[in-house]
Design a binder for this molecule. Sequence first.
Ligand code: F3S
Length: 400
Amino acid sequence: MKLTREENRMLEGQDGQATRKAMEILVAIGTIYGADQLLPVSSVQIAGVSYDNLGEAGLEFLAEMASDDAKVKVLTTLNPAGMDIENWQVLGIAADFALNQLRVIEAYTKMGVVPTCSCTPYLFGNLPHYGEHVAWAESSAVCYANSVLGARTNREGGPSALAAALTGKTPNYGFHLAENRRPTLTVQVQTILTGTHDFGTLGIAIGKAIEARKIKDIPYIRGLPGASMEELKSFCASIATYGGLALFHMEGITPESVLYQAPGNTLTITSNDLEAADRLLNEPQYADQVDFVSLGCPHLSLQEIARVADLLKGKQVTKTFWITTARPTKRIADQMGYTSIIEESGAVFATDTCCVVSPIKGRFKVMATDSAKACYYAASKNEFKTLFLAFDEVIAEALK
Ligand code: F3S
């Protein structure tokens, strides 16, 4: 791989040991994937923030990188942490976990990372434009950046994203190259979809069908008259979870779809496929045992919070109900009066975190949510049963 003088200087350790280590990581990845050079990136999104996932070894790695006075070279935002940074006691988080989580955040902020603690960085300032090269981790955000925004990123891991942040570079391979972004499979949707639940269900159906083909297809999806930002973020989270996809094109909706013709191979998705996908996550036999309700995977937008406030106004929830969102979004919700309406109902904001990365295993039995991704991890990580419902139905469940 050909390196510039500046990159060689970083590799030799002239910018400090943490930057040297970062360059070594990038050169190793680039060599494995056959990159010919490093590309400048304009932003980074770092995952691997929850102490629940990082553990002591991860925290030590971060502390070591931060101890070298290394600073990020581009706008860098953070994925959700394992708790609400300001109100962790309200969520029942143990004090020793909180202490370690705060050490993680401290290490990142020391390096100049903005502690947004959210998987929707594109909603508040980390918004790359079409064709821009970035280095993002967090599968749902990566899929959103590539597909909905038309930016270019591979699916980074925690260390490679941090390495990109400290150097402002990423290896030139994978989705950074135009030839790897062409669609390979037409997906014809023959049913009507509405809301985050339906788009999540579509992500399961397409993701699983592509997984079964054992080819890393890039779908060109047709037949959808439109999709809101909230529906697209739900779809991105779902198709990334169930199909491992980091890029799709949607005819008339996503920006790169105009560059391509629909490929010859076609997969058809009908209402039967969506019903089958829904049945995978929905366990109605546990409907009378729901003890945990969560909205906000991916993190809720302001419009979604407004809808929650509208439906909870003047009512009381009967179960633990987490509203998960980013702190910048919550601040606007505070100003708009949505927060007080929601909190008066007994629901709680789980800002900076989510029901997947927070250490809640063993605390609940059955979770209701509109998120296909949250259902996947509720079952696999936390061993919860799940009710997979439409957005408004989730709120009705919390009030039952
Ligand atoms: Fe975001 Fe947590 Fe879901 S990181 S996409 S809310 S699993």
